[in-house]
Design a protein around this ligand. Structure first.
Ligand SMILES: Cc1cc2nc3c(=O)[nH]c(=O)nc-3n(C[C@H](O)[C@H](O)[C@H](O)COP(=O)(O)OP(=O)(O)OC[C@H]3O[C@@H](n4cnc5c(N)ncnc54)[C@H](O)[C@@H]3O)c2cc1C
Length: 426
């Protein structure tokens, strides 16, 4: 349990709600709370969009309701780790630390678990575009939201149809895709190699033209509307008789009645201080940006064999994806970036670019692939809002609204039980 730490340089007040972590989840939560009339402080140790929300694939992937933990994953892992062209990487020294989480993660690779996870993800992502517009409409941030199709690219129709369960879940969430083969795919977008013989086209998706700029613009809107942004690092909580009364930060204490913990992949130690051992890992991911490319695809695409997206951002293509296990502290690896470079050359023949930018980020991954959204069981006043693994940009605005509704006591038809942090208290 958290220590009692002497109050110094106290700020905030007894009615303050402190949102810690200014990624897409925290910024969305702060804005929705502010709209509900609360006195909100938003805090980040670096600034808005300093974590995964900066460099992700930028796709508003409302069809992303299929977890990685599909049936059969266990038998595929050894082959994937040995295959240099596979999008799964492991920093082997980290394996002993990873194992307890990995064992729990793999336990979800059953059809019934996948269906349960998918049902939980659907309300968070399925109306993503509407939720982003609801958050940003009429503000400087709105210009970043680009409605578009989203395509999954495969070598042929048989490969595209090879996971009936994934297709069924996506169709249940957003409707059937259009199947584009050979000439039809070339007519839709001539950018791709002839080796890509089939695409599944999901309409009514979108992307964010610059995720870092977008989250920063949303944080600015929060400040312009009277919210306070504090650049500081959360260290601990002040808890009196089981109730939160203040946050301990590197620049003094902040009095508050509520805290929303939206610190992404860095949330585990804070939950431990609050008495809950959450199985949370980082699924490290990378992006490679190709500046001033000569070919720009019409819409974001997922190159299914490489599990990475190609998204047409302003003046650049962003290639993002890959899963690497290795913890929060290890430096970036070279191989994932090299893989992205090789695979984009294969997917888009003749692609050239002027320069590159590389980035490593941390997806916050709970072992059951369901974000934690709700009150922390044994400490009155603290709410969790993290664990959005591959879908945080898509589902951040809706998650923020769900947490704000909970805190504001608004009635919702949504069963919040499935997201409750208390599931890890058992
Ligand atoms: C390569 C890659 C590609 C992706 N592609 C997509 C995609 O196309 N679509 C999609 O929907 N999602 C995608 N994601 C996932 C998405 O980026 C994340 O799920 C989402 O950004 C998580 O947002 P967050 O606000 O929870 O966390 P973060 O954005 O990581 O924010 C956490 C914040 O907490 C702050 N913080 C941490 N500790 C402290 C502390 N002690 N005190 C104060 N502040 C603290 C950090 O500075 C950071 O700003 C991708 C992720 C990666 C890595």
């Amino acid at each position: 349990m958290a220590e009692q730490v002497e109050n110094t340089n106290k700020s905030g007040s007894a009615d303050t709600i402190a949102v810690v972590g200014a990624g897409i989840v925290g910024v969305s939560t702060a804005l929705w709370l502010q709209r509900d009339g609360h006195n909100v402080v938003l805090m980040d140790r670096e600034g808005p969009a300093a974590g995964a929300s900066y460099g992700n694939g930028a796709v508003l992937a409302r069809c992303s309701v299929v977890p990685i933990t599909m049936p059969g994953l266990l038998s595929q892992i050894p082959g994937m780790l040995l295959d240099r062209n596979s999008p799964l990487f492991m920093r082997w020294r980290y394996l002993p630390k990873l194992l307890p989480w990995l064992v729990r993660y793999m336990a979800h690779c059953t059809t019934s678990e996948v269906k349960r996870i998918s049902a939980a993800l659907t309300p968070i992502v399925a109306d993503s575009l509407d939720q982003h517009f609801a958050l940003a409409r009429g503000t400087e941030a709105e210009k970043f939201i680009k409605p578009s199709d989203y395509l999954f690219l495969y070598k042929d129709r048989a490969t595209a149809m090879s996971s009936p369960l994934a297709l069924e879940l996506r169709s249940a969430a957003v409707g059937e895709p259009e199947i584009l083969e050979h000439e039809a795919l070339r007519a839709y977008d001539p950018a791709f190699s002839n080796d890509i013989g089939c695409a599944l086209r999901y309409p009514d998706h979108g992307y964010i033209e610059d995720p870092g700029g977008y989250v920063t613009a949303l944080a600015k809107v929060f400040e312009e509307q009277g919210g306070r942004f504090v650049k500081s690092e959360l260290v601990d909580f002040v808890i009196e008789n089981g109730t939160l009364t203040a946050l301990v930060t590197k620049s003094g204490n902040i009095s508050c009645k509520n805290c929303v913990l939206s610190t992404g992949a860095w949330s585990k130690p804070f939950m431990k201080k609050l008495g809950l051992d959450v199985p949370l890992e980082t699924e490290r991911g990378y992006h490679l940006e190709l500046i001033n490319p000569n070919i720009v695809p019409r819409a974001p695409v997922m190159v299914a064999s490489g599990r990475f997206v190609i998204t047409p951002l302003k003046g650049r293509l962003r290639l993002a994806g890959v899963v690497e296990f290795g913890g929060l502290d290890a430096p970036a690896s070279k191989a994932p970036i090299e893989l992205l470079r090789t695979q984009v050359r294969a997917a888009i023949p003749g692609l050239t670019w002027e320069s590159e930018r590389e980035w490593l980020g941390h997806r916050p991954a709970p072992s059951d692939s369901i974000p934690l959204l709700g009150p922390v069981p044994d400490v009155e006043g603290v709410y969790a809002a993290f664990g959005h693994h591959h879908i945080g940009l898509t589902g951040g605005p809706k998650s923020g609204r769900m947490i704000a509704d909970l805190i504001s006591g608004k009635h919702s038809n949504l069963d919040m039980g499935v997201y409750a942090p208390a599931r890890f208290a058992r």
